[in-house]
Design a protein around this ligand. Structure first.
Ligand SMILES: Cc1cc2nc3c(=O)[nH]c(=O)nc-3n(C[C@H](O)[C@H](O)[C@H](O)COP(=O)(O)OP(=O)(O)OC[C@H]3O[C@@H](n4cnc5c(N)ncnc54)[C@H](O)[C@@H]3O)c2cc1C
Length: 253
């Protein structure tokens, strides 16, 4: 059994729990949100993740990590999974898993890449692709619980790849404490003035917080994206101790 951090910093051993799928929501062509009911779920912090284990009829098992996408609400938890080409677990979860299916869940895991409503420093969220998932959990947790201003810089290939698109637009429209900027790396929507391309220091200067405000920066996505964005933040003068990163590299054996 793995060891995992829990709210308050105490570390305890976590066991696998039985869960079942109660709802599926299509987010993009390649990503779905799955709502799982997990009996006796202990609660979690925004930014934490879980391990999900699937068992085939012949006993073969595969486990992968997925970030929690929403705050705790009773025994229900949400994850958002993006299909990886030829991916064993992500393809199954995105294309085949159905309501009522059983999965095993272990967690919550992680004690550093977390945001708590009592944290008062401005927050800069920098996400690439499905790396927006734990950042969305932070945005949803903040709603009504904290006036701390948030800025999200979200890098995607094309407009069709924006996960949580409708909800992000709606939250940004209604909440003056939440700014959202999309960066497009391959195709931009009509009227977009920024040239397509990867995140740059200029993007951080235009859409992030100045380092002097001492924001807490959360960077999440594929490993190369996270490393590039964290380096840019440091180049711009952000204190490395205020930069928290989560890399979505391959998991499992
Ligand atoms: C802490 C953590 C949190 C994560 N949270 C999420 C999440 O919220 N949503 C989400 O969709 N994914 C998330 N991931 C990634 C997830 O754990 C799996 O790695 C991913 O779903 C692929 O698993 P798979 O079984 O489909 O692919 P595999 O069968 O394991 O791999 C298939 C091929 O894809 C490559 N590959 C595997 N994973 C990735 C990856 N992440 N990026 C690029 N190439 C990869 C492999 O090297 C291999 O060539 C997270 C990873 C970590 C470490």
């Amino acid at each position: 059994m793995a060891r995992a951090a829990v709210p308050g910093g105490l570390r305890v051993r976590r066991a696998w729990r039985q869960g079942h799928l109660v709802e599926r929501r299509r987010e993009t062509e390649s990503a779905v949100t799955l709502v799982l009911e997990v009996t006796g779920w202990p609660g979690h912090l925004a930014g934490q993740h879980i391990d999900v284990r699937l068992t085939a009829p012949d006993g073969y098992q595969a486990a992968r990590s997925y970030s929690l996408a929403a705050p705790t609400y009773g025994d229900r938890i949400e994850i958002t999974v993006q299909r990886v080409a030829d991916g064993e677990v992500s393809s199954y979860l995105v294309d085949e898993a159905r309501n009522g299916d059983f999965v095993e869940v272990r967690g919550p895991v992680g004690g550093w890449f977390v945001w708590r409503p009592e944290d008062s420093a401005p927050v800069l969220l920098v996400g690439g692709g499905s790396g927006v998932v734990p950042l969305m959990a932070m945005i949803r947790t903040r709603d009504g619980a904290s006036p701390t201003p948030f800025r999200l810089i979200y890098s995607v290939r094309t407009p069709d790849d924006r996960i949580y698109d409708h909800e992000l637009h709606s939250r940004a429209t209604q909440d003056s404490g939440l700014d959202i900027t999309f960066l497009y790396t391959r195709t931009a929507p009509e009227g977009e003035t920024r040239p397509v391309g990867r995140i740059t220091t200029k993007d951080l200067a235009l859409y992030g917080w100045p380092p002097e405000l001492e924001p807490t920066c959360y960077v999440c996505g594929p490993t190369p994206f996270v490393e590039a964005a964290a380096d840019l933040l440091i180049d711009r003068g952000h204190n490395p101790t205020r930069i928290r990163t989560e890399r979505f590299g391959p998991t499992g054996p």
